[in-house]
Design a protein. Sequence first.
Lengths: 251, 420
Amino acid sequence: MKDPLVMAHVNMWAVLRTLEPLCELDDSARSLASPRRPVSIGINVRGGPQATLSFQDGACRMTRRNTGQIKLLLPSPEDFNRMVDGEKNPLPYAGFPRLGFLLKNFTALTDLLSAYLRPQPSDLEDRGFFERSTTLLFYLVAGALAAVANNDPLGRISAAAIPDGTIALEIQDGPCAEITARGGHLITRRRKAVSPRAYMIFSDFDAARGLFDGTLEAMSALAAGKIIMKGYIPMIDNLNRVLNRVPVYLQ
Amino acid sequence: MNTYTYPKNDELLQRAARHIPCGVYGHQGPAEGCFIPIGAFPKFADHAKGSYFYDVDGNRFLDYMCAYGPNILGYCDEDVNAAARQQMELGDCITAPSYKMVELAELMCDTVACADWAFFAKNGGDVTTLSILAARAATGRKKIIFVRGYYHGVAQWTQRADAPWVLPGEVENNLLVDFNDIEGLKRVIEENKDDIACFISTPYMHGNFVDNVLPAPGYWQEVRRLCTENGIVLIIDDVRCGWRLDLAGSDHYYGFEADLLCLCKGIANGYNVSCLCGKDFLRGAVSSITYTGSYWMSAVPFAAAIACINKMKAMDGAQRHLELGRKVCDALAAAARENGVNLVISGEPCLFYLRIADDDSLLLHQEWIAEMVRRGVYLTNHHNHFTNLSLTDEDIAFTAQVANEAFQVLRSRHPEIYQG
């Protein structure tokens, strides 16, 4: 069952956070994230997560505070989720001079993100697009892992069983994420893991894509060497339980 | 020393993956079996004899996993196989069960200290599940006390609520205590007064990924007392340890008596039969449960089990297992010491658990195990190992030689850890 509050955390810390790498990977995104003066959007979900997205010099950065110039208030997690799904327009209550960025650039950025995360099959025939799309999916899943582990009731059971330490999540010769577990709480960072205690490595972009799309079954991929797991396996075993819950929120 | 390659194994695994979920599922497969890296391990056997198995590439392995326990006398033991062959000629799966079932039940009750009766099935999980059903039927209570880090099979009641195939209601009556923690057990009993059907545990903690823990002096006697005083059925899951420590049961080995004892792996030297032994007061509860399977009364495994038990008795098998286990552990410990590697060996010697403790990620351990396997000594990464009675001193010397070489490989790869 999809819990609206968990969904709101996934939308914030996985979906919207993926705007950061989008601006690094895509030229048009970089352009959209280059306002004449820095712009920040604070998102306050009542009873849910709060964050600020800052756009400057072609880069996007998310912070865990609601300090944006443009302030968006979402009355409930359900409202926020509808906003992310494009079914509801948010009502800003501050930052009116910069609304143009919100209405044009931000909307174009989220549309672009959707195009990468829910691509047309024909788009994936372009290898460059395929790898960018898979990279963004990788970061989306990495972010969702922490959001689900920290908020979903079943995810929390799995997270509580993850021994403390750092897990390296990687696509070989591709994107990396560091997932740190401490007392059953997970934090995802978009970087190569420092001193990991366990590794989950996809052998290439195709293996990662197959797993994310559900066309590749994890255990068979493991048997075929398309996913490499090593180190302190109880960390990976329990992270995989969380990974099993992620599609509930991302489908 | 040459290291093995596995072209035919790998080709077969690809074929398997096309038609079998996971290729090889469960503990004998690359995923749950922790084949790290996958390329170091054989995936398919061709044949086995004594202490060795041979893979489809013709590589020979001195096998310390013993099919994860069942190989207790040695693969293809001639006496057990002869009994099985003889029974095969007479009939195996027949409409009426063979009289061999009665003979085996009598032998089990003569052999196992706590057994007033014996109930046969196929796998360990069949009888651990029956033990829970029996405890609930007998007590009218619903809660089960487990020891943290337990493994009692794969049925839903053994799982956690976060397993995608488990409904929360199937595990909502599961309680946890730590092994050797009498105060914790008392607390759980007090908090769930009159609602606990059973306490289920292995005779000692032989969990995976962690050093194995033996019972503290007096632990089991106090558990027994608490269970008796509170009307809790005491179930010992002896599926893994059974027969290797004591033919009378591992509860007998540790000086107490279980109400229900689950046996499987060692009973028939690899022929498929499991057994729940129990006290008289639970006979009626077990009789009342509808519980059966198509092959549970097959006669060949019964004949094999009778031959296996009699041979184990004749050889003083459990004592011999302990002696062999000590020799293997001593040899591995000496090789580690000579190479400056901190190898922790825990658990009972005939079920030894290994862990290189020089890093907390177990990566060094996984590297060493891979080098052992590539050189023909089959160990597994994070599960306890098993002895079998066909092991010889030459086999153990070979183990030490391979261990020494594998440690040297580890040292040469990691000068930052193993200096000098």
